[in-house]
Unconditional design. Structure first.
Length: 151
C-alpha cells in the first residue's frame, strides 16, 4: 500500500508541474485576451474579472512550480479557483442569449480539470504524510530499550 501511495505521490508531483505550466499559460491568455473568453461564454462586460482570474492562475502556477513543500496547498488553491470558474460559467446561463454549446464545453473542461486538481492535491498530501510518518520512526529499532540493551 505504501508503495502505491509513493508512486501516486511521484505522479502527483509530475501532474502538479504540468498544472503549473497550464496555469501560467492560461493566466497569461486571460490577461492578454479577456474579451476572447467573455465573448466565447457570453459574458461581455466581465473582462476585468477574467483578468483577475488570469492573475490568480499565474500566482497558482508559480506557487506550484516554486514552493515544492506547499505544493498540495497550491493544488487546493487551484481547485478552489476552479469552483469560482465553474460558478462564473454557470452565471453565463443567465445572459440574454447564452451560447449553450460553448458554456457546456467550458463546464466539461472545468469539471475535468477540477477532478485532476483534487486528485493531485490528495496525492501530494498523502505523499507528504507518508514522508512525515517515515521520518518520525527513522531512529527506532523496533524493540523495547536501546539497541545495545536489547542484545
Amino acid at each position: 500500500m505504501a508503495e502505491k501511495i509513493a508512486i501516486g505521490g511521484h505522479a502527483g508531483h509530475q501532474v502538479a508541474k504540468f498544472l503549473a505550466a497550464f496555469s501560467i499559460v492560461l493566466g497569461a491568455a486571460e490577461l492578454v485576451w479577456p474579451s476572447g473568453f467573455t465573448s466565447f461564454l457570453g459574458l461581455a462586460g466581465l473582462e476585468t474579472l477574467i483578468m483577475i482570474y488570469g492573475v490568480r492562475e499565474i500566482v497558482a502556477g508559480i506557487g506550484l512550480f516554486v514552493m515544492a513543500r506547499q505544493r498540495a496547498g497550491w493544488a487546493w488553491f487551484r481547485a478552489a479557483g476552479d469552483v469560482l470558474d465553474i460558478l462564473t460559467v454557470l452565471y453565463a446561463f443567465a445572459g440574454p442569449n447564452p451560447p449553450i454549446t460553448n458554456i457546456l464545453i467550458a463546464l466539461i473542461l472545468l469539471v475535468g480539470v477540477t477532478v485532476i486538481d483534487v486528485w493531485c492535491a490528495n496525492s501530494l498530501r498523502q505523499q507528504k504524510a507518508m514522508a512525515h510518518e517515515s521520518h518520525a520512526y527513522r531512529d527506532r529499532a523496533g524493540v523495547p530499550g536501546s539497541g545495545p540493551a536489547a542484545r
